[in-house]
Design a protein around this ligand. Structure first.
Ligand SMILES: CC(=O)N[C@@H](C)C(=O)N[C@@H](C)C(=O)N[C@@H](C)C(=O)O
Length: 722
């Protein structure tokens, strides 16, 4: 018996609006320990959230604070201290280590002109407000540090002495003038001509970032200095103060001969550097032959932990956890790459950022959140033994995120496909303790009682086994309405993730929750090549995109159909980027199997993409070739890229296609969608293209995300009845 799915646009919009209210956590800071006159101890927890505001068409940022009474080992009492406050105009903010001051980089318009100010607050007074724009020492301050897992270059860091602030800004660019400007005519010949010179940027979502510089504000002297003495061919970021404030440590990315897209690409050649402020010397602390990120100084200021992976190759890889000893200057590998999960089940490290603080108070352990197959768990590493323990593997919650840890007090966000994010705190047990963490809820979320989820594991059929990387499994998340009568068959929406080296973990996903509430089942496929399953799984896909990944998704779908709970006549496929590549492959390679297809910024033709994407290396590597900056694809390479692309199968497509395209996409150029649109129209296949101005590859702005979702479900409902 067919199940009835919600089909009225008004009703669907109401459900979307209701479930989109749940905010997500982007940051948490733990304040200093305050001891009351009776000996009681407490700390303030500052949290930042973001929430879709459909009326204002923006993601609203707000903060909420909590007070946690504890005895340094366990929480005695906790509660919110006040309501939420919307945050407007704050680019970056950071409390000083003592908690006595707060620095804010604020954007404000003065007489219609956007300016940036660096403010220093103490107690109830704004002590300083420095007009950074007026100083003309640098360009805009880099804003990519407010949400740690999205940080690439940005930072705002107090010196240990609390007398200086370190941040990253765009290098000052001299004002370029026309040759015919009066002031120019009398200038010596040959000067200038910069008015229209091309300035490289760092690609998708980083179009306003080209030449970062390290800046230091001397708070007492109200003086900003831009650090020089760095190598000319590197771009600095992720900086912090060295032990004793003797200098600054930072990550430098090589940007010659040209910049490649950096977002979601932690495989760019980079190194750890130290700029000694006393001697003015810049020292490279790591080899420069790898890619490094996320350096974190231990509380005892003796070691720097950081993540490392290889340059080029797959864009997300299994990382090493490395350690630089500040005093011996020796580097060691604490956790190595895992090719195949061992008996302990640990599959390797797949985080591209460690949380702002990640060390235990004793400087002996590091805690981080990491995808482990289709879950995301909190893992603890003993830096002396390299042993790894999960703090959350036994939990029935699917995904954990470490927002921060300070003096062993952890602040985490956790969620599942049927439970929006909640905020918990808990103390890290002692290094020899066998106890579990005693979590305390600061903000709870109600589980959706009508939504169920499970992780399915698949072993590809022998004919699809990868001879070089054999016996690999993969997973899929099946999310569906609860309590469906046996005889009722559900419509199914299949969604392979993009990347391809990423993973869908069992966390709160707004679209899946709404689809289930509407009566759909949702299958999210973590095909071979996903991260979180060992390095071999990632490498097994290189050169096999368009076949191995396509077959894995189809195998998972057909396996689920055998369960009998799905209506085979109502299966649709949707995906973004490489996920869109897979969606378009599936309707080309399995003509008529899928009743509707929705593709967000899909990769359609790798041969035509390579010349205009910010990640040309991705096209070469996923096609199975080696990338070099001085190489151009030869005919054979171009031919393979064409042959493994969905455009190759367009003449077999029967499924109606909805394309959602971001005008400003630097990752998968918008012409990819137009190429497929024209090819389908020429073959009289129903196709509709939605074009979102002011949106990029993620189509994550409130307007594009909500409009794209509504159009997706209505497209599917319309064509399920074809
Ligand atoms: C894992 C990852 O994101 N890889 C990057 C190189 C990347 O941007 N890949 C795109 C082709 C892609 O598929 N992106 C996914 C993550 C998306 O949904 O945008």
């Amino acid at each position: 018996m067919d199940s009835k799915v919600m089909s009225s646009p008004g009703e669907i919009a109401r459900v979307y609006k209701e479930l989109s209210l749940y905010p997500s956590l982007s940051r948490a800071d733990v304040g200093p320990v305050i001891t009351s006159q009776y000996g009681g101890k407490y700390s303030n927890i500052y949290t930042e959230w973001s929430q879709r505001d459909l009326e204002r068409n923006e993601n609203v940022k707000f903060c909420r604070q909590y007070i946690v009474f504890h005895d340094d080992k366990s929480v005695v009492y906790s509660g919110a201290s006040g309501n939420c406050t919307e945050i407007k105009g704050e680019v970056l903010s950071k409390d000083s280590p003592s908690g006595d001051m707060k620095a804010v980089v604020r954007e404000s318009s003065v007489k219609g002109e956007d300016k940036q100010f660096l403010e220093v607050w103490s107690k109830n007074i704004k002590m300083k407000s420095i007009n950074l724009s007026a100083l003309k020492k640098h360009g805009k301050v880099y804003d990519d540090a407010s949400c740690y897992y999205l940080t690439l270059f940005g930072c705002l860091v107090w010196s240990h002495s609390e007398t200086h602030l370190l941040y990253v800004a765009e290098k000052k660019r001299p004002k370029a003038e026309s040759f015919f400007q009066k002031s120019r005519i009398y200038r010596p010949a040959g000067a200038g001509g910069e008015q229209f010179v091309f300035h490289e940027d760092w690609g998708e979502a980083l179009g306003d970032k080209s030449c970062p510089v390290l800046c230091i504000l001397d708070i007492e002297g109200d003086f900003v200095s831009v650090l020089d003495g760095l190598p000319d061919d590197i771009s600095p970021g992720q900086a912090f103060w060295a032990p004793g404030d003797t200098g600054v440590v930072f990550i430098g990315w090589w940007h010659e001969p040209f910049r490649l897209g950096l977002k979601y690409c932690p495989n760019r050649r980079s190194a750890l550097f130290y700029m000694d402020l006393t001697g003015g010397k810049c020292e490279q602390l790591s080899s420069g032959k790898t890619s490094v990120c996320s350096p974190r100084l231990s509380p005892d200021q003796c070691r720097i932990a950081y993540l490392e992976c290889s340059v080029y190759g797959p864009h997300m890889q299994c990382s090493k956890l490395c350690m630089y000893d500040w005093y011996t200057k020796k580097t060691s590998v604490v956790v190595d790459v895992i090719k195949r999960p061992g008996k302990d089940g640990f599959t390797g490290i797949y985080s591209s950022q460690l949380s702002p603080q990640c060390w235990s108070a004793d400087s002996q352990r590091i805690i981080f959140a990491c995808p482990q197959r289709s879950r995301k768990d909190l893992l603890m590493v003993d830096i002396n033994t390299g042993s790894i323990n999960s703090l959350t593997a036994k939990s029935d919650i699917g995904s954990w995120c470490l927002l921060n840890i300070e003096r062993d007090l952890m602040v985490v966000s956790c969620s599942s496909p049927n439970c929006p994010p909640s905020l918990w705190v808990g103390f890290l047990p002692g290094i020899d303790s066998q106890e579990n963490v005693d979590w305390v809820t600061l903000e709870d979320s109600e589980k959706l009682q009508d939504v169920d989820w499970q992780i399915l594991t698949f072993t590809p059929p022998s004919e699809d086994d990868n001879s070089q990387y054999s016996n690999l499994e993969f997973d899929a998340l099946l999310i569906k309405p609860k309590e469906v009568k046996d005889e009722v068959k559900l419509p199914l929406i299949v969604t392979p993730h993009g990347g391809p080296h990423s993973v869908i973990v069992a966390e709160w996903l707004l679209s899946s929750a709404v689809l289930c509430r509407m009566g759909f089942a949702v299958l999210l496929v973590n095909y071979r090549g996903s991260i979180g399953y060992g390095e071999d799984s990632i490498y097994s896909l290189l050169g096999n995109v368009g076949t191995q990944d396509v077959k894995d998704v189809q195998f998972a779908v057909e396996s689920v159909l055998k369960s009998g709970s799905i209506d085979e006549q109502k299966v649709a496929v949707s995906g973004g980027s490489h996920g869109g590549f897979l969606a378009c492959h599936l309707i080309g390679q399995y003509p008529g199997f899928y009743k509707a297809c929705v593709a967000r910024n899909p990769v359609i033709n790798m041969a035509s993409m390579i010349g205009s994407t910010d990640i040309p290396d991705w096209c070469m590597v996923e096609a199975g070739f080696v990338f070099n900056t001085d190489c151009l694809p030869d005919a054979a390479e171009w031919e393979k890229m064409l042959n493994i692309s969905p455009i190759k199968y367009v003449s077999q497509v029967k499924t109606p296609v909805l394309l959602t395209i971001g005008e400003d996409d630097k990752r998968v150029p918008n012409k990819q969608g137009i190429e497929y649109y024209k090819a389908l129209k020429a073959r009289q296949i129903p196709v509709r293209l939605l074009w979102y101005p002011g949106n990029n590859h993620s189509l994550s702005k409130v307007d594009a995300e909500s409009d794209g979702f509504m159009n997706m479900v209505l497209w599917m409902i319309q064509h399920f009845s074809d």
